[in-house]
Design a protein around this ligand. Structure first.
Ligand SMILES: NC(=O)c1ccc[n+]([C@@H]2O[C@H](COP(=O)([O-])OP(=O)(O)OC[C@H]3O[C@@H](n4cnc5c(N)ncnc54)[C@H](OP(=O)(O)O)[C@@H]3O)[C@@H](O)[C@H]2O)c1
Length: 269
């Protein structure tokens, strides 16, 4: 896809990867529809972005069905006004690094709603107003391909998003609208608190800058690449986990004390 003059709707625009994506998309000549749950934050974001593009925004809480319906209605209205929407990027997401037994039912439900239900519902609606050759980009995670202690719910949501994208790619195989899945590894944003940063350092895990992730998303869109796993050796581990999961289990088992040490700090136990 040639991104010049395309209109891109992006969720989680105010976050670390979201901001980097906005900058890269504007540089590629796109106009943006920014989705965020906090109007003040979106207005601040627009002030920071280059004035060369045209920005629209929608204030919506994606963890609630009403938030997604509002985006649907606003997009239908834009189409009536002659504004095409060529790309939707399901980027908003959250996680909580903790053992499942320590988490509240509410926080688990909200994580699933934001990371999995929201992109599925937004994709369903978007397919009715997206340009005929438009793309939906789902931002996943390495944890879509590897179940990891402390991230059970997050892994479930991202694995679900991966399978959803794959199923839709097959469902739409005769259609010009398509879906793309991109799985970043650890990235330097506020999603990861100090404990996670320290854990990654202790385990020797590389961390990417959000600008790098944004470039990979643009490359995937430009080349219409259906699935991208970012980072080496993470993409190899994902493949080994599919073929020989017990090898990855024993490798993660060796990390369990380090993981527990960082989680204990959080739970103060
Ligand atoms: N950082 C990583 O290590 C990493 C690795 C792999 C994948 N990812 C994925 O990359 C995506 C972006 O993450 P990030 O690192 O940029 O995280 P981030 O900096 O924490 O940004 C998260 C974004 O999601 C928005 N958001 C959160 N809850 C929302 C809700 N209920 N309704 C609407 N928007 C909501 C936030 O809005 P507010 O500004 O209002 O809070 C923010 O814009 C996520 O899908 C994440 O899972 C991240």
């Amino acid at each position: 896809m040639n991104l010049k003059d395309k209109r891109v709707l992006i969720t989680g625009a105010t976050g670390g990867i979201g901001y980097a994506l906005c900058l890269s998309l504007v540089e590629a000549g796109c106009n943006l529809i920014l989705v965020g749950r906090n109007r003040q934050k979106i207005e601040q974001l627009i002030e920071q972005l280059p004035k060369t593009s045209n920005y629209l925004y929608i204030e919506a809480d994606l963890s609630r069905a009403e938030g997604i319906e509002l985006i649907h209605q606003e997009c239908q209205q834009l189409i009536k006004e002659g504004i095409n929407i060529d790309v939707v990027i399901n980027n908003a997401g959250s996680n909580t690094f903790d053992y499942l037994t320590q988490r509240t039912a509410k926080s688990i439900e909200q994580e699933i709603a934001l990371n999995l239900t929201a992109p599925i519902l937004l994709s369903k609606y978007a397919l009715s107003w997206l340009s005929p050759k438009g793309f939906i980009v789902n931002i996943g995670s390495t944890f879509a391909g590897i179940g990891y202690p402390g991230y059970a719910t997050y892994c479930a949501t991202k694995a679900g998003l991966h399978r959803f994208t794959e199923a839709m790619q097959r469902e739409l195989s005769d259609n010009d609208q398509q879906l793309i899945f991109i799985a970043p590894r650890a990235t330097d944003t506020e999603l990861n608190d100090q404990r996670v940063m320290k854990l990654n350092k202790a385990l020797g895990n590389a961390t990417d800058q959000p600008q790098y992730v944004a470039q990979q998303v643009l490359l995937a869109l430009q080349s219409e690449k259906k699935i991208t796993w970012i980072g080496w050796p993470e993409k190899l581990f994902v493949r080994i986990n599919q073929l020989f999961p017990s090898l990855v289990t024993s490798s993660i088992y060796k990390q369990k004390n380090t993981i527990a040490k960082h989680l204990k700090r959080a739970n103060n136990i």
